[in-house]
Each structure stands twice: as C-alpha cells, then as structure tokens.
Design a protein around this ligand. Structure first.
Ligand SMILES: [Cu+2]
Length: 208
C-alpha cells in the first residue's frame, strides 16, 4: 500500500495552501545537494501516510483527485532533473556601437541544456572598467545582482530586455571591432565562458 501514499507526497500541502512554499523548497533543492530535498520528501511521505490513514470514504476519493495533481508536478520536476546546468553561448551576440566612451550595451544569449538553473553573476571585458547586469521594466532599467538561465531554457539578452552594461570604456570601439566578454556563472560547469562579439552599428537590430 505504499505507492499511493508516496504519490501523495505534496498533495496534502497543495490542498492546504502551502504549495508556494513547497515549490520554493523544490527550486532550492535543485541548487543544493540532493540529500536536502530527499530528506524533505521523506518527512512529507511520513506525514502523507498519517493523513491518508486518518481519512475514510469520500474524503479518500477527494484526496485521490489531489494526488493526481501532486503526482503530475512530481513527474515534471523529475523530468527536468537531468543533471547540472550545461551552458553555452549562442552566436549572434553583439555590442551596438556606443555614442560615447562612458557606456555601451552588450547582448548575448546563454543556452542551458542541463537539468538545473544557473545564474549569470558577473561579466568582465578588457573594453570596460566594469560591467553591470540590467533588467528592463517598462522604460526603466534596473541593475540586478544576477540573471537566471533556467533549466532546459535560455537567457536571451536584447534591446528592451535584460542586457549587459559596459561602463567606463577604455575607448570608443568602431563597427567591426570585436569585444571579448567573459561571463561568470554559479551552479554551472564551466563556471566561466568567454565569447568574442562584434561591434555593430548603433541602431543595429538582429534578425530573428
Ligand atoms: Cu542598462
């Protein structure tokens, strides 16, 4: 009789509105050692077993319906768990030619074929004294400490969205120059990736 009970791992919590916390726990478990998540699951399993034992008749039917949802989310979570983040940087990155030497934007796309998310935490380049990570909300851009590359997904930087801001340039680059960018990641192997991107005209728009 254990299989139905272990399927109920997250179901009682979903039913009581604790689901966001449970999801947060699952997301954190993907970053950290798996032992932590397994321990949490074992504790939930014991609780689920006790709850199931206390239920009877129609209540058990209702629980079975919820179990369907819990089983589904558990399945999709494990479907994504195909090992650590596996990152690469796509072709097509560029730096639009800056108008001055105080700052320039830079755009790259990072692809994650792994089963865990990773974070882009910093970027270095010989062209700039420092590089900040920016996100755009409406027409306002805001510096952020990191940008996430989701498991099985991508971080696509571009005009009007997330971007790199190169500040205090050593010089104003010309169209056709190239700019090395070293991206530093956490929760990923390799932890750094260096790409060389071209300088494009100031008003350049990439084709989709
Ligand atoms: Cu910006």
């Amino acid at each position: 009789m254990t299989p139905p009970e272990s399927d109920a791992v997250t179901a009682p919590e979903s039913g009581t509105g604790v689901a966001p916390e449970a999801d947060g726990g699952r997301a954190r478990a993907e970053f950290g050692p798996r032992a932590g998540g397994d321990g949490r699951a074992r504790r939930r399993r014991r609780v689920a077993g006790a709850v199931t034992g206390a239920l009877a008749g129609g209540a058990a039917v209702a629980l079975a319906a919820v179990v369907g949802l819990g089983g589904c989310s558990a399945t999709s979570a494990s479907a994504h768990a195909k090992g650590p983040a596996e990152l690469s940087v796509s072709d097509g990155g560029y730096v639009p030619r800056p108008l001055l030497t105080d700052m320039a934007a830079a755009y790259v796309t990072v692809v994650n074929k792994g089963g865990a998310p990773a974070e882009l935490t910093s970027v270095t380049t010989p062209l700039a004294a420092h590089v900040t990570l920016h996100t755009t909300q409406g027409t306002t851009m805001r510096q952020v400490p990191s940008l996430t590359i989701p498991a099985g997904g991508r971080l696509a930087l571009g005009t009007g969205g997330d971007h790199l801001m190169l500040e205090n340039l050593t010089h104003r680059p010309a169209v056709g120059d190239t700019v090395p960018l070293t991206l530093h990641f956490t929760h990923a192997t390799p932890a750094t990736v260096t790409v060389t991107v071209p300088v494009r005209p100031t008003t350049y728009q990439p084709k989709d």
